[in-house]
Design a protein. Structure first.
Ligand SMILES: [Zn+2]
Ligand SMILES: [Zn+2]
Length: 379
């Protein structure tokens, strides 16, 4: 079948993206679902900073690639051997198609699945090579097994999590990456307890989701740090108890927590901010690294902080989440009013405006823009 999809053919840092147009909407051929795969009509796909990192080359991926990895859709068809979902089911899409069998999956850390990492790294699907071809008949890679800025997508059944049909698509679209990663970082990786202090550096979709997770976990105080005033104000509405610009954050954190926070979340992807997080936590404190720095960046920190002060630095990919456990759980928190993710929604755009949306995100003006990929949001 044909599908209109957003394709990246060469990395670009030339701004503004709204003028330089690093990606274009192309009509691709999408193969039918094979054994263990499902065809999904994409209902809503959010633009995430990791998409920009592929565009600007910070995340090195095989090109050309059909982008988009944070989305929700409706199952249209299933290949042989699919028992987990049926046509008509609403599904959140997950960017790590955990196999369920490898050592990491068996150990309860599906975000680290070796099979999924291999498939994602090569731009393939978990069960086979790319199903996307361009007008010239050449293959186009899948982004993280999802490629959601498209009318339709075929995914491994391991890439979808069924969700209740009453959750609005715009809300549900954010749970597969931003919410899973940010809320997972504080709930799963930092394992926050009620009354524990935490700091979140970087208030994009993932950082704000960490604020939401910290609030749901009963943390106090929840200190949000970002240079953009509008983002700090939004963090306060989402449950942060205090918010500061980076230049005043260190002093304020020391005062509020009598010396240092019990945990800090780095959602920027900057070694400099990771070092600031390490000095913002108290003796015994945990720093959770969730932002993705470019692969050539190096972290330099006081080496004594670990053995000497009992601090730890924890990496958190996809919020150490178990998607089939955590997405329904976080949706329950949303339903109860405890995780109001809709406040992160900063606009809905058609597929053809993808370069405009990228510029809005890159400039810091937008948090989560939702792409109306197949007309289901405007219908
Ligand atoms: Zn993402
Ligand atoms: Zn696995």
């Amino acid at each position: 079948m044909k599908t209109r999809a957003v394709v990246l053919r060469g990395t670009s840092t030339a701004r503004p993206y709204s003028d330089t147009r690093p990606v274009e909407v192309e009509e691709l051929e999408l193969g039918a679902p094979r054994e263990g795969e499902v065809l999904v009509r994409i209902a809503a796909a959010s633009l995430c900073h990791s998409d920009l990192s592929v565009v600007n080359g910070d995340r090195v991926r095989p090109l050309p690639m059909a982008l988009g990895h944070e989305a929700v859709g409706v199952v249209q068809d299933t290949g042989p051997g699919v028992g987990r979902v049926s046509p008509g089911d609403h599904v959140a899409l997950v960017f790590v198609p955990s196999c369920g069998f490898c050592g990491d999956c068996a150990a309860g850390r599906p975000a680290l699945c070796a099979q999924a990492a291999a498939a994602n790294g090569s731009g393939a699907l978990l069960h086979g090579p790319s199903l996307l071809t361009d007008a010239a008949g050449n293959p186009v890679h899948h982004q993280l097994g999802v490629s959601a800025f498209s009318e339709h997508a075929v995914l491994a059944q391991e890439s979808v999590v069924p969700i209740p049909k009453d959750v609005p698509f715009t809300v549900a679209s954010m749970f597969g990456c931003a919410v899973l990663t940010g809320a997972g970082a504080v709930i799963n990786t930092a394992a926050l307890r009620p009354g524990q202090s935490t700091v979140v550096y970087g208030l994009g979709g993932v950082g704000l989701s960490a604020v939401l997770g910290a609030r749901a976990a009963g943390a106090y105080p929840i200190i949000a740090v970002d240079p953009v005033q509008e983002k700090r104000e939004l963090a306060l509405r989402l449950g942060a108890t205090h918010a500061y610009a980076p230049d005043e954050a260190a002093r304020q954190i020391r005062e509020l927590t009598s010396g240092g926070a019990e945990s800090a979340v780095e959602a920027v992807g900057s070694p400099k901010v990771m070092a600031q997080c390490l000095s913002a936590v108290a003796r015994g404190g945990k720093v959770v690294s969730v932002g993705l720095p470019a692969p050539d960046r190096v972290l330099e920190v006081p080496a004594l902080a670990f053995a000497g002060e009992g601090k730890s630095l924890l990496g958190s990919y996809m919020g150490d989440a178990v998607p089939r456990r955590d997405i329904p759980r976080f949706l329950d928190l949303w339903r109860a009013g405890l995780m109001p993710v809709e406040q992160m929604h900063t606009g809905t755009l058609p597929l053809s405006d993808i370069n405009v949306a990228m510029e809005e995100l890159a400039s810091g003006r937008a948090i989560r823009q939702v792409i109306d990929t197949s007309g289901m949001l405007s219908a």
